[in-house]
Design a protein around this ligand. Structure first.
Ligand SMILES: *Cc1c(COP(=O)(O)O)cnc(C)c1O
Length: 333
């Protein structure tokens, strides 16, 4: 497993590229909980999301002589791997299916990675990724289930407790669990009685359901306002599942309506443009599902969202997610 020494080493490895981000108070949320409520602004990383940390640490730990790295994420992980590899002068190949929108293809290319288009599904892209590993010797970087990635994400926990040793609770957006595992490991190594809560959307919450079942379970992936939290944890999960099960005090779920409202709160009260994935902690508190005491913080994990969708949310319009419609609600009305 990952320990504090690994996370401290990661902090040295990523320094200068993924630097420390601010931890700022949210006056509105602080008023709501009657104690300081703080936001860790990972949306300010150069790729607009925290995943640069894990990617940089993973690239740094690739063995000497490896000809490059690969992954098949078109989202924040793909951006992180592309940026980290370019920064370290290493080849990166991001595999994606031909169904991926051109804007995402261009975004990854602009960060310096090669894009390999393969087939018509995520599975086809994953196969191409494995072929590059087998035939060209590239190293695949997992978005959440790798030692170096978890240690890299854990540096967020170090920074949070260095800035505010009095934190009592950390609310972590939870998908594959690399972020939650790393942050919880760092925070509890420094302050064993700190409470760390993992939060997901209620549609397709793979880690929450897996912890309940006691083993990794498959989920159906559906569209969500918190799209960065979608996807499974892998049937053969090696690390993030065991660490989340051991280290998280609890996991809980919020609805699309609660996410919609919390996105409006973060925008209108704190003036922050952020993905739906970032506000699940706010949503848990605002909905009354989670009671917190004392100084509390959450992580604003990224800002790479579809601006048309964001505009609909902040102007109170309906948002269609596949066959599900989130009813519009004007903020403050
Ligand atoms: C990846 C991601 C998460 C979740 O991280 P995991 O390590 O998969 O749990 C949360 N927010 C954003 C914006 C992300 O890109």
């Amino acid at each position: 497993m990952v320990d504090l020494a690994d996370i401290l080493a990661a902090a040295r490895a990523i320094r200068g590229v993924a630097d420390a981000t601010p931890l700022v108070p949210s006056p509105y949320m602080s008023e709501r909980i009657g104690a300081d409520f703080l936001l860790k602004l990972e949306n300010m990383q150069p790729i607009g999301a925290f995943k640069l940390r894990g990617a940089l640490n993973a690239v740094a730990s690739v063995a000497e002589g490896t000809p490059g790295v690969t992954c098949c994420s078109t989202g924040n992980h793909g951006r992180g791997v592309a940026y980290a590899a370019r920064e370290r002068g290493m080849r990166a190949v991001v595999c994606m299916s031909e169904l991926v929108p051109q804007a995402k293809v261009d975004g990854i290319r602009a960060l310096g990675a090669e894009v390999r288009i393969a087939g018509r599904s995520q599975d086809d892209a994953q196969r191409e990724c494995l072929r590059l590993v087998d035939e060209e010797g590239l190293e695949e970087i997992s978005p959440f289930d790798a030692h170096a990635v978890i240690a890299g994400q854990g540096t967020i926990g170090l920074e949070m407790l260095a800035a505010r040793p009095d934190l009592e609770t950390i609310l972590v957006p939870l998908s594959g669990g690399g972020l939650a595992a790393g942050v919880a490991r760092a925070a509890k190594a420094i302050k064993p009685d700190i409470r760390v809560v993992g939060i997901s959307m209620d549609r397709g919450a793979a880690m929450h359901l897996s912890i309940e079942a006691g083993r990794p379970v498959e989920v159906e992936e559906v569209a969500s306002l918190a799209d960065s939290l979608g996807g499974g944890i892998g049937e053969d999960n090696k690390l993030s599942f065991a660490m989340c099960r051991e280290l998280l005090d609890e996991t809980l779920l919020v609805t699309e309506e609660e996410i919609y409202h919390a996105m409006q709160v973060l925008y209108y009260e704190d003036r922050i443009v952020a993905e739906g994935a970032c506000v699940v902690g706010l949503a848990a508190v605002l909905s009354g599902k989670l009671a917190v005491e004392g100084p509390t913080a959450t992580i604003v994990t990224g800002r790479n969202l579809d601006m048309d969708m964001f505009t609909r949310v902040v102007t109170g319009q309906d948002v269609t997610l596949g066959d599900y419609v989130v009813k519009g609600q004007i903020y403050g009305a």
